[in-house]
Design a protein around this ligand. Structure first.
Ligand code: CP
Ligand code: NVA
Length: 307
């Protein structure tokens, strides 16, 4: 049996993603209750976490999640192993797989992550690349559903840069039945390949360069930083300034709309303090849900969650 990797939401069927989301919700409900004693699919297992880029949420939530599921986390920095430099990516993956039972990686180069997963003989989990951030969007969907109910028929709005988090939201739109309205500067629009993927997979994706248009009547407004890891500043601040989420923009969304941001946020740039700290903001729930969603993803990787 090949290992069950978790690389992109586009690799999964709707049923599989729904099974993971439901498992995450149940694991969260059982946390710190006697019933959680049954949630130990990682008993006796070691899970490596390779970080070639900074992290707070991914690092902490995976480490705590692995421990709570009975496993032992092993933290390795990119600098220690010099991925792709000291030896081939394939050899690193083959060797690592002889020591540990699963590997979570954060590296910018998505091709390198895919190459690593091709040669690993244990499950590999994408902890963010330049191309996608699927663990984040699983936690985001969980958060949306906690606050607003089913994602089915909802309208999700994104304003700002087209980055890794948006790519995973586009993948989600190809698997779940919701509208995704995206406003970016023309220069920073989603790639043609991503747009093609979206239309081939029936995603209800609507692109615009006007944030007010994307946000109109939305059930959820999302943004992210203007300069992601590995980005050059270029003209980003100038291009993205009109895409800031402030209270005036939030007023265009539905009255019950929630505001989401994967964090870390640059307050005063992509989002104002008033929105971040306002009544519609669910950003800290999103951060917490990384833990629960990722426990379900780990359980999936070890065959403990079935579609
Ligand atoms: N949202 C997120 O992935 O945060 P970190 O970069 O701190 O892990
Ligand atoms: N888009 C951001 C997400 C950080 C969690 C980045 O890639 O830096």
């Amino acid at each position: 049996m090949p290992p069950r990797h978790f690389i992109d939401l586009s690799d999964f069927t709707t049923r599989e993603l729904r099974a993971m989301l439901d498992a995450g919700r149940d694991i969260k409900a059982r946390r710190r209750t006697p019933a959680s004693q049954g949630d130990r699919p990682l008993d006796g297992k070691t899970v490596a976490m390779i970080f070639d880029q900074p992290s707070l949420r991914t690092r902490a939530s995976f480490e705590v999640g692995i421990r709570e599921l009975g496993g032992a986390p092993m933290m390795v920095t990119g600098r220690e192993i010099e991925l792709g430099e000291r030896e081939s990516v394939a050899d690193t993956a083959r060797v690592f797989s002889r020591y540990v039972d699963a590997i979570m990686i954060r590296i910018l180069d998505h091709g390198q992550l895919r190459e690593f997963a091709r040669h690993a003989t244990v499950p590999v989990i994408n902890g963010l690349t330049k191309t996608s951030h699927p663990c984040q969007v699983m936690a985001d969907i969980m958060t949306f559903e906690e606050h607003r109910g089913s994602l089915q028929k909802a309208r999700i709005a994104w304003t700002g840069d087209s980055n890794n988090v948006l790519a995973s939201w586009i993948h989600a739109a190809g698997r779940f039945d919701f509208e995704l309205h995206v406003a970016t500067p023309a220069e920073l629009a989603p790639s043609r390949a991503l747009q093609d993927w979206a239309s081939e997979n029936g995603a209800r994706l609507k692109l615009t360069t006007k944030p007010e248009e994307a946000v109109e009547g939305a059930d959820c407004v999302i943004t992210d930083c203007w300069v992601s890891m590995g980005d050059k500043e270029g003209n980003r601040h100038n291009l993205l300034r009109p895409f800031q989420v402030d209270e005036a923009l939030m007023r265009r969304a539905a009255r019950e709309a929630v505001f989401m941001h994967c964090l870390p946020a640059t307050r005063g740039e992509e989002v104002t303090d008033a929105v971040m700290d306002g009544p519609q903001s669910v950003v800290y729930d999103e951060a917490e849900n990384r833990l629960h969603a990722q426990k379900a993803i780990l359980a999936w990787c070890f065959g403990q969650v079935q579609a």
